[in-house]
Design a protein around this ligand. Structure first.
Ligand SMILES: [Zn+2]
Length: 77
């Protein structure tokens, strides 16, 4: 008996989906348009204080994804 463990679609193999922040559609990662956003939600002094206390702070950069149609609409492509 042979079990089907691997299932590859095309050459890309595993297609990781990301969600478009604009319309919420799931798009494959290689198709989605990646946008980097730099957000600093906290005050710098407050961030340093939190760091001293050992809290984990993200680097302040977040990556958002847009589907092709939304990216086109926003002229990202
Ligand atoms: Zn979209």
């Amino acid at each position: 008996m042979s079990s089907k463990i691997t299932r590859k679609k095309g050459q890309s193999g595993r297609a990781v989906g990301v969600q478009c922040v604009q319309c919420g559609k799931m798009v494959p990662r290689d198709k989605a348009v990646e946008k980097r956003k730099s957000v600093l939600p906290l005050d710098r002094r407050l961030r340093e204080l939190l760091k001293k206390q050992g809290a984990y702070l993200s680097s302040g950069r977040s990556i958002v994804y847009y589907c092709v149609s939304c990216a086109k609409h926003r002229k990202y492509v």
